[in-house]
Design a binder for this molecule. Structure first.
Ligand SMILES: *Cc1c(COP(=O)(O)O)cnc(C)c1O
Length: 403
């Protein structure tokens, strides 16, 4: 059974104990909290080193100390929720150079509320009617490129709309009807579609159809926070708890003032609205603001160098095993930070990578990495400083054992 003490021992072989950890790091927090209740242990839930990335099922990211402080602060006071929503939204809009902004319960929630906003505007009758588009006399179609169909569309379809697929610019212009409510763009697949981001936003303008860009996982780089609204997208969605490292149950909807105002009306605390179940309380709002301030201010170049250093340590360890190829790569759009890819020469053997993933997860300490077919993918940005040494050692051990 994993325990805090054994975990500290195992990381203790690298300089963790004895002042080597900077104050304010998550590792220091863990040590400072050493006398408090160990809930995960009590519950028999085993924490792990996150060498995968910002995956919701793995709880995605850890919030910096400043964000926890903001949440703790907010938890001790009552305020009027809409007033806080207004003020936090204004601050965030300034930080990301957008006309307006709101904190949502994640990027998926931003997709639902953004879609609801274009369908209802501020019409209370329509807001109450969603997702019954006919009853509310609302438009029913959302245009999307075929290459942009993706795993989070349900958040848009929640509003009762039908997705209309197009491939070319001509297709798109032909698909526009009096039933077209919105045009949806999946930022990660910009290069896969025939209509690129800028042209897509322009086409929305030309036909007076609001455009929504899902850029949930697409910071860093920092400037993406303002790139797409500046490009002309009417609405842009980001996750709060991925690269920005805000609360995992928070996100951002950025864009035009009337649309963000309409999105607000479709959300909590309004009781009879499609977004009532996507509640965002003061803790997430203030935590999201604190996380965003940190993210905008931080030295992204220095952080990138730190990620490269971790990735190189893991790459070297893997590459030291005979027959193993290991390289560093940076995904072009989402999760745009250094990762390590490990592969075997020779014929594909679909179970080998999965076996290593399982062995690392079952080991001490537990380590989460991902496999993609017959390759291993290690993400270094969500691990805590120093953990790259443990990952490098354990990965080398398992590669040696299972090669
Ligand atoms: C992660 C992700 C989402 C969902 O984001 P949450 O903040 O977890 O709601 C939506 N779209 C894309 C493209 C994502 O990567």
């Amino acid at each position: 059974m994993w325990s805090r003490r054994r975990f500290l021992e195992s990381v203790g072989s690298i300089p963790l104990v004895g002042g080597a950890i900077a104050a304010g790091t998550p590792a220091a927090d863990a040590m400072a909290g050493g006398t408090s209740r160990d809930y995960f242990r009590e519950l028999g839930v085993r924490p792990f080193i996150n060498a995968a990335g910002t995956y919701t099922a793995m709880t995605a990211s850890l919030m910096p100390r400043e964000v926890i402080d903001a949440i703790t602060y907010a938890s001790k006071h009552y305020v009027m929720l809409d007033e806080l929503h207004d003020r936090v939204g204004e601050r965030i809009a300034t930080l990301v150079r957008s006309e307006a902004a709101m904190v949502t319960a994640g990027a998926a929630s931003a997709l639902t509320l953004g879609t609801a906003a274009v369908l209802t505007g501020t019409d209370r009758q329509k807001i109450g009617a969603l997702p019954d588009l006919a009853a509310g006399g609302m438009k029913r179609e959302v245009i999307v490129q075929k290459a942009h169909r993706f795993g989070y569309e349900h958040a848009v379809r929640n509003c009762g709309v039908r997705l209309v697929e197009v491939e070319t610019r001509d297709d798109l212009e032909r698909a526009v009807t009096d039933q077209t409510a919105m045009m949806l763009f999946y930022n990660n697949n910009n290069k896969e579609g025939q209509i690129r981001d800028e042209e897509f936003a322009q086409l929305g303008r030309k036909h007076s159809i609001p455009t929504l860009n899902d850029a949930a996982a697409d910071v860093p780089p920092l400037e993406n926070l303002w790139k797409y609204t500046a490009m002309g997208f009417d609405l842009v969605a980001f996750s709060g708890g991925k690269g920005i490292r805000g609360p995992q149950s928070a996100g951002l909807l950025l864009g035009r003032r009337p649309l963000v105002a309409a999105a607000r009306l479709n959300g909590s605390p309004n009781g009879n609205a499609i977004g009532r179940g996507m509640k965002v309380n003061k803790e997430e709002m203030v935590g999201m603001l604190a996380a965003l301030e940190l993210f905008v201010r931080k030295d992204h170049a220095a952080e990138e160098r730190e990620f490269e250093r971790r990735a190189e340590e893991i790459r070297k360890a893997a590459a030291s095993v005979a027959g193993i190829h290991a390289e560093i790569f940076v995904p072009e759009v989402a999760n745009h930070v250094p990762h390590v890819r490990v592969s075997w020469g020779g014929a594909p053997n679909g179970s080998r990578a999965a076996g290593i993933v399982r062995a690392l997860q079952a080991g001490e300490p537990s380590i989460a990495i991902r496999s993609e077919g017959e390759t291993l993918v290690i993400g270094v940005w969500m691990m805590q400083s120093g953990e790259e040494k443990i990952v490098a050692r354990r990965l080398r051990e398992e590669l040696n054992r299972q090669s």
